[in-house]
Write a protein that binds this ligand. Structure first.
Ligand SMILES: C[S@@+](CC[C@H](N)C(=O)[O-])C[C@H]1O[C@@H](n2cnc3c(N)ncnc32)[C@H](O)[C@@H]1O
Length: 254
């Protein structure tokens, strides 16, 4: 590509909307939304954040749950280029942080190739938001010296993750998009050395008023998920930090 940009080219801000609670939006994100001429947003952008959209802005919903018009990634990329070429201030708003399982990098590569200027505004990623509101830290000197964010979306149920690395002791592992793959995830973590009794949790719609937290152990989690009927969007968190929920839970006890 590398088309020359016209003199009137607008600009795209790739912005993280945080995990749901609108008050977790950064001040910068709120300011940019306020002055947006076009907002291109996903289904994980919370309702509270959507209420901040200015009525004069052109709104483009490109979420995966769009009834008929599920936009392919290439179509979203093309839409961003098109809106910017119309000279607009475009906010590309994504749930959580745009660089964590958000395909934000791919969109920026397209903008770069098209000569469209852009900026990036980070957001609170689901792991940080869910851990904070579910009441357990992601690291703790007595429990976990590292934390790993990994996609639990297993292609064709195949085992394409580095299970020996994920099953190491002394770390917290956060699986995004892992609900469907939970039986395989738990099976592999146990097969690679983690005790069945390792604390594990599911946090659904973290930071929102209807947040659900399901506490279990690695061995029992798949059955608990099946029994509860818990659905995405949810994270699976594995590690002994989860056990601190009992002492540190605050959001669900208000
Ligand atoms: C495509 S990823 C996008 C992640 C996002 N960019 C971020 O930084 O949080 C979508 C997944 O993030 C997780 N997720 C996002 N928001 C969540 C929330 N409020 N509560 C629980 N999980 C959430 C779920 O695993 C969901 O399937």
């Amino acid at each position: 590509m590398n088309d020359a940009a016209p003199a009137t080219t607008g600009k795209v801000w790739l912005v993280g909307a945080g995990p749901g609670d609108a008050e977790l939006l950064t001040v910068k994100a709120a300011r940019l939304i306020e002055s947006a001429q076009a907002i291109v947003y996903d289904h994980l952008v919370g309702e509270g954040v959507r209420q901040l959209f200015p009525t004069r802005a052109r709104l483009e919903y490109v979420g995966k749950k769009a009834a008929k018009h599920t936009l392919k990634q290439e179509e979203i990329n093309a839409l961003l280029v098109d809106l910017a070429r119309q000279g607009m201030r475009v906010i590309r708003l994504k749930g959580g942080d745009p660089f964590i399982f958000g395909r934000g990098g791919e969109e920026l590569e397209t903008l770069h190739a098209a000569g469209i200027p852009f900026e990036v505004v980070p957001g609170v990623t689901a792991a940080a938001g869910c851990a904070a509101y579910a009441g357990f830290p992601l690291t703790h000197r007595d429990h976990a010296q590292s934390v790993v964010f990994v996609t639990g979306h297993l292609k064709d149920h195949s085992v394409n993750l580095d299970w020996p690395a994920l099953a190491r002791p002394g770390q917290t592992v956060v699986f995004y998009m892992g609900i469907g793959g939970a039986p395989e995830i738990c099976r592999q973590m146990i097969a690679h050395g983690l005790p069945r009794s390792t604390p594990a949790a599911v946090v659904r719609r973290g930071t929102l008023a209807d947040q659900q937290t399901l506490l279990s152990s690695l061995g029992e989690l798949p059955q608990r998920i099946a029994e509860s009927g818990i659905k995405p969007p949810a994270l699976i968190v594995v590690g002994s930090v989860v056990g601190l929920h009992e002492k540190l839970s605050w959001f669900e006890n208000r």
